[in-house]
Design a protein around this ligand. Structure first.
Ligand code: LLP
Length: 382
């Protein structure tokens, strides 16, 4: 990240905490890394990682498409002017509204089960999602290509679904595979692509192989890209990819201030952000880098606890901090993906502001919510 401690202090001072800050340089650098590794592959950003309109518009302007998995995400794609080949409609339980809007926008659908063939609007373009039924080296909640995952059709079903698509007058564009998220071991991808190639000769001609996303930070992108391209080549297909985390995680940082400390069974540093701002540590045991933005004598080991009335509301355990005091500022890194996106209004906590740093200036890309924002829909109903 190119933002300095001075930059971060200035942002926290100006916009308050908790605060999500994004670095445009880092966002562009991640896209450049993906394009360097994947070359001619078409990039569809999995907007679930961070659906902020400013980020979407920036990526749209750079030629990136979008993978949408809900009516709201599809509405965001439409709102920023994405259409046609730039939109993928995905999800295991799409609603009639998603098929209708997807068709209106000219999107490509990812089929997740056989009986979706009958639900597609006439003359749709579709890929069939295959579940390779493998053990994936990630948190169980983040594995989507395991035999017990709810996603996709089996290898055995896939040729039949492609044939059913063609018989129903749709374009059976190709195959899709996405085995999970935060996967650092490239061998998982190799194994999944290997299972797909078992289908060679049974699929009819395919235009596209969509290799999904799921690349953990620090994964061997070039290795994954090589395998993905080789697999697409076996089918004579074009490669598509759907990165979420890799594209936006490192561009984002959550800034939080120390409220106070206490020493009971453990040493706690209480901060003004927690599970409602960054759920990943609690939900997946995720470890985000924590950087104290102050200097003081008296280094100790602390658990970083949030303000929620929940014992699980911890952002990190056993972090080394130099004698924290109220008002000190902490940077929680790699928070650009699934951070703000999964923040909530639990406890009527207003979601943080989000600001983007570019060319030496900050822009507010989401204002801080107010309690009124949160109860507005209830008042309207009453
Ligand atoms: N494509 C499909 C079909 C997906 O389901 C996902 C993510 C992606 C692409 C992007 O995956 P990525 O490149 O971001 O790993 N909330 C979790 C992550 C859930 C990911 C769900 N699907 C987290 O905070 O780690």
């Amino acid at each position: 990240m190119s933002l300095t401690s001075e930059h971060l202090h200035a942002a926290a001072q100006q916009y308050g905490t908790p605060l999500y800050v994004y670095d445009a340089t880092e966002l562009d650098a991640a896209l450049a890394r993906i394009r360097a590794a994947f070359g001619t592959a078409r990039v569809y950003y999995a907007m679930k990682a961070n659906p902020n309109l400013t980020l979407l518009r920036r990526l749209h302007a750079q030629g990136v498409g979008f993978e949408c998995v809900s009516p709201g995400e599809l509405a965001r794609a439409q709102h920023i002017g994405a259409a046609g080949e730039r939109i993928i409609v995905n999800g295991p339980a799409k609603t009639p509204g998603e098929y209708a809007l997807g068709a209106r926008l000219g999107a490509t659908f990812i089929l997740d089960r056989e009986d979706e063939v009958a639900l597609l609007p006439p003359s749709s373009r579709a890929l069939v999602r295959v579940n390779p039924a493998l053990n994936i080296s990630t948190h169980d909640h983040l594995a989507t290509g395991a035999a017990h995952s709810k996603f996709g059709v089996t290898l055995e079903q896939a040729p039949r679904v492609l044939a059913a698509l063609r018989a129903a007058g749709h374009t059976a564009l190709g195959l899709h595979v996405h085995i999970g998220s935060a996967i650092r071991d490239a061998r998982d991808f190799t194994a999944a692509f290997g299972r797909l190639t078992e289908l060679r000769g049974q699929t009819g001609p395919l235009g596209v192989l969509d290799a999904g996303g799921g690349w953990g930070l620090g994964a061997d992108l070039h290795g994954i890209a090589r395998e993905a391209h080789a697999t697409a080549a076996t089918f004579g297909a074009q490669l598509w990819v759907e990165p979420g985390r890799y594209l936006v995680a490192q561009a984002g940082t959550l800034l939080t201030r120390v409220i106070g400390t206490k020493r009971t069974g453990r040493n706690f540093t209480l901060v003004d952000a927690g599970m409602t701002e960054l759920l990943r540590p609690m939900l997946y045991g995720a470890q985000h880098p924590v950087t104290p933005l102050w200097h003081r004598e008296g280094t100790g080991t602390w658990d970083l606890a949030g303000p929620a009335c929940e014992s699980g509301d911890l952002l990190a355990r056993d972090v080394t901090l130099p004698a924290p005091q109220a008002g000190d500022l902490l940077a929680i890194g790699e928070a650009g993906a699934y951070g703000a996106a999964m923040s909530s209004n639990y406890l009527t906590r207003a979601r943080p502001a989000e600001v983007l740093h570019e060319n030496g200036t900050w822009t507010v890309i989401r204002r801080r919510e107010t309690p009124q924002d949160i109860w507005q829909a209830e008042d309207a109903a009453g």
